[in-house]
Design a protein around this ligand. Structure first.
Ligand SMILES: Nc1ncnc2c1ncn2[C@@H]1O[C@H](COP(=O)(O)OP(=O)(O)OP(=O)(O)O)[C@@H](O)[C@H]1O
Ligand SMILES: [Mg+2]
Length: 272
């Protein structure tokens, strides 16, 4: 599968068949939302093969909020790309939202991303020529929902992120925090099962980062989301139910009982 640019996420053709409809029972059937076994990923580079993961395992249950931390270059973004069918594993199995993501064709992968995954990146990737409302409505319209209905739902989501009065602003007419709120609304407008956020507060000042994180926490709880957040902000990571550290190609659980102490340990090791 070809790598897809973030801006293309959520855009599927109108004629595309949607993945199987999921009933509430399927969502709550007790199986993990993410089940990764023995994942390996290698890249061929001019200097040889770069082996990123060594039989990495990850299980995330429905409604969990998990933080992934780790040094720059450890493979955090690559892991999220694989979970969201933006990149493929070299070996191992990756089940995400009951889907074997490695087996999806590019068309199926696009539909899977549109329906099951909400992505938020460090940079918002809003389309600058469209208004906030139009940006949020876009994933719905990509599914074939009529513009008027899509914009109605989009307006509800802008309200959810506290931006009902900014719907007609283009992205350049929004602050960094507002842009990220719009990106969050766009990520969730299709009611995905899984929210994948890659340093969602990385580009923001401390106070704005805190506010965005609060919005993520609120939406995670109120919409029954399962969320995986990659962050370098260890204080925010400590607010997640679980913290996993990606190191030497594997994920290591940071003990929750002494989470704060472990996070301080992480801080010392990473030199931050
Ligand atoms: N398409 C690619 N081809 C070759 N190497 C790649 C490719 N994509 C990523 N890498 C390499 O894989 C490693 C992990 O990259 P990744 O972006 O996943 O790191 P990260 O943990 O997200 O880092 P950061 O915290 O800086 O965002 C890096 O060394 C990177 O150079
Ligand atoms: Mg990264």
């Amino acid at each position: 599968m070809k790598q897809t640019t973030p801006a293309a996420v959520g855009q599927v053709s109108r004629t595309q068949r949607e993945p199987e409809a999921r009933t509430q029972e399927m969502v709550e059937d007790g199986s993990p939302v993410v089940d990764v076994r023995d994942l390996e990923k290698s890249y061929r580079t001019a200097r040889g093969t770069l082996q990123l993961f060594s039989k990495l395992n990850l299980r995330v249950e429905a409604r969990e909020m998990v933080a992934i931390v780790g040094q720059s270059g450890a493979g955090k973004s690559t892991l999220l790309h694989i979970l969201g069918a933006l990149d493929t594993p070299s070996a191992g199995t990756v089940y995400c939202a009951s889907t074997d993501v490695a087996r999806l064709t590019p068309r199926q992968a696009a539909a899977f991303r549109n329906r099951e995954i909400g992505y938020v990146w460090q940079f918002h990737y809003l389309l600058p020529e469209f208004t906030a409302l139009e940006n949020v409505a876009m994933p719905l319209q990509a599914r074939g929902i009529h513009r008027r209905d899509a914009q109605k739902t989009a307006a509800d989501w802008l309200k959810e992120v506290g931006l009902e009065e900014r719907g007609d602003h283009r992205s350049g007419e929004l602050s960094g925090g507002e842009q990220q709120r719009v990106a969050l609304a766009r990520a969730l407008v299709n009611r995905p099962r899984l929210l994948l956020a890659d340093e969602p507060t990385g580009d923001l000042d401390a106070i704005t980062a805190e506010r965005i994180f609060e919005v993520i926490e609120r939406l995670h709880a109120s919409h029954g989301l399962t969320s995986i957040l990659v962050t370098h902000n260890l204080e925010l990571a400590a607010r997640c139910a679980r913290i996993l550290r990606l190191e030497n190609g594997c994920l290591r659980e940071v003990a929750s009982a002494s989470k704060n102490k472990d996070v301080i340990g992480l801080q010392e090791r990473s030199g931050k």
